[in-house]
Unconditional design. Structure first.
Length: 326
């Protein structure tokens, strides 16, 4: 299970529409459908049938006009797909883009079923990571006649592309998804090409600190952070272990990292770098001696969505500024 700090880092209710509003919505939908058909012959028309992460087959009869997103990663994807007008509500933790924060809130990890139903959505974007604790609530939403799509839990770029494509198919935005994924793949390939310039003897060991003491956590293989470090030719200090890993401060010091990256700066009081420097027994750690302690926004390196390539680039520029920084 993710540490607490990581978990928390994841509309206007319309009245009667005018004739012009209806006309504008119709024009928008027609334009999107036209763009999709011109962009690729593989695009589908509604209804669409999708096998989602709950292993259920979901049939969406018509292009959704009102969408609820109950997890921030889905919200970011939906906005990137150009669905701002269709988003009727988001989770309390939705903080990107800034327009998401202005939407109607439907609760946090425990979403408000009654509020969701009252917003009269056509589609609710759920997520596999919270499926067990939200199963009963999602069932109530389905019983109210609302389509529920459970998006896959992603821990890699490829799985994120799957998430983007799934949401795009459900919302009629496949052309937009194709463009987003193509851009992400280009950015990732560019980083890979730059990283190939780093000789093995210059490879740096990195300690990713996801949560500070007393409950110290880092990240091992099977996570975005690990795959990003691998992409830019850096060594994850905890890469031999898997998932989100609790560590003692003594064991962390033994990893002898050359770079320390923290992802919780916005979640704690004070300066993480200063706190690390003042820890007992950490003064001889190479990263502390050389002042290579940096902070990155946790959402850029852990939230599956269009900004992951940006997160990988930020890590690259911090760890290997001579290679990646402009």
């Amino acid at each position: 299970m993710l540490p607490v700090l990581c978990l928390t880092s994841i509309l206007i209710i319309p009245g009667c529409s005018s004739g012009q509003d209806t006309e504008d919505a119709q024009t928008k939908n027609e334009t999107r459908n036209t763009v999709q058909k011109e962009s690729t012959s593989e695009d589908e028309t509604f209804p669409v049938e999708i096998n989602d992460a709950s292993e259920d087959s979901v049939t969406i009869e018509e292009e959704p006009e009102r969408i609820i997103s109950i997890i921030p990663s889905n919200t970011e994807i939906a906005f990137a797909l150009g669905l701002e007008e269709e988003i009727a509500g988001v989770s309390d933790h939705a903080d990107y883009p800034k327009e998401a924060a202005e939407k109607e809130k439907i609760g946090g990890l425990q979403f408000n079923v009654e509020k969701i139903i009252s917003l009269e959505p056509d589609l609710v974007l759920a997520h596999a990571s919270s499926l067990q604790q939200s199963k009963e609530g999602l069932q109530q939403i389905e019983e109210a006649g609302i389509d529920v799509l459970v998006v896959n839990e992603a821990a890699s770029f490829e799985e994120t592309y799957e998430s983007i494509n799934m949401i795009a198919r459900a919302t009629g935005a496949k052309a937009e998804a194709k463009e987003i994924i193509s851009s992400m793949k280009d950015d990732v390939e560019h980083l890979r090409e730059q990283a190939s310039q780093i000789p093995e003897e210059k490879k740096k060991t990195v300690w990713m600190e996801i949560q500070p003491p007393p409950d110290l956590y880092t990240t091992g293989s099977g996570t975005f952070q690990h795959s990003m470090l691998k992409l830019i030719h850096a060594e994850n200090a905890a890469g031999s272990e898997k998932g989100w890993i609790p560590y003692t401060t003594e064991d962390a010091v033994k990893q002898n990292p050359q770079v320390i990256i923290t992802t919780y700066g916005q979640s704690v009081d004070g300066n993480p770098a200063a706190q690390i420097k003042n820890r007992d027994g950490w003064s001889n750690v190479p990263a502390v001696e050389n002042g290579e302690i940096y902070h990155v926004n946790s959402n850029l390196v852990s939230r599956p969505g269009p900004r992951l390539a940006e997160g990988a680039e930020e890590l690259a520029e911090l760890i290997y500024p001579d290679v990646f920084a402009e």
